[in-house]
Design a binder for this molecule. Structure first.
Ligand SMILES: CC(C)(COP(=O)(O)OP(=O)(O)OC[C@H]1O[C@@H](n2cnc3c(N)ncnc32)[C@H](O)[C@@H]1OP(=O)(O)O)[C@@H](O)C(=O)NCCC(=O)NCCS
Length: 199
């Protein structure tokens, strides 16, 4: 949906996706196509997709930006928001190769879900052969819900692992991710040439 949420972290921020991002979305998703549904193949088709997305309630799509460099580094979404049950799913997660925004973009999407939308539980579903992303969620302290679930991927049913983060666990996960995000931000600052040039 067309929203106006901006979330700022230590080195990265989330801002709403807009029409100018269409070509960026196509290029970034094509680069990571193995684990993402095949989406629109051209900027024009992506624009048409975005027009439908802008009308869809409970769906929040963000661009991940590096704060200092002011560059787009990735995409992330919170969708299927059910405000009656207080639940949502997050995904459509992809970063430029070499980006160090993984921890902080995950942290910010959780912050959005729990602190801005006051949800009670967030889940994510990852294809069962996307081992590194499954390991990421495990290491953040999320629980697996049990046996693999089946999800539709490019029109076929594929096994996936579902992780959940209930609100009660959020403060603990937040502390952990925030500590890491701070550390990553300071290591980025160390490599940023103008960081050492002060007036
Ligand atoms: C999903 C995606 C955005 C994750 O980003 P990533 O940079 O690969 O994430 P990583 O798992 O490497 O984690 C980033 C870093 O944080 C570290 N890390 C992750 N969780 C950690 C934790 N809980 N504690 C400490 N460190 C942790 C990792 O070791 C890694 O460190 P490194 O860069 O020194 O190796 C990216 O892989 C991508 O765009 N993939 C293609 C699309 C995709 O699969 N999307 C998911 C669909 S569900």
């Amino acid at each position: 949906m067309r929203h106006n949420f901006h979330l700022t972290g230590h080195a990265f921020r989330l801002r709403p996706v807009d029409e100018q991002d269409a070509a960026f979305i196509v290029a970034l998703r094509q680069n990571a196509s193995r684990f993402l549904n095949t989406g629109p193949a051209s900027a024009a088709d992506q624009l048409a997709w975005l027009e439908r997305y802008f009308e869809r309630q409970g769906d929040f799509y963000f661009v991940v930006e590096a704060i200092r460099r002011k560059t787009r580094e990735g995409l992330i979404s919170l969708y299927d928001v059910d405000s009656r049950n207080g639940t949502a799913q997050w995904g459509r997660w992809v970063l430029n190769p070499g980006s160090s925004g993984a921890i902080e973009s995950a942290l910010l999407v959780y912050r959005f879900a729990f602190d801005e939308l006051a949800l009670g539980e967030v889940r994510c579903r990852t294809l069962a052969d996307n081992f590194s992303v499954i390991a990421f969620h495990d290491s953040c302290g999320l629980q697996r819900t049990g046996a693999p679930v089946m999800i539709e991927f490019d029109g076929k049913q594929r096994p996936a692992i579902e992780h959940t983060l209930p609100r009660a666990e959020w403060p603990h996960v937040m502390q952990r991710l925030d500590r890491l995000a701070r550390r990553i931000a300071s290591s980025i600052d160390d490599h940023w040439p103008s960081a050492k040039v002060s007036p």
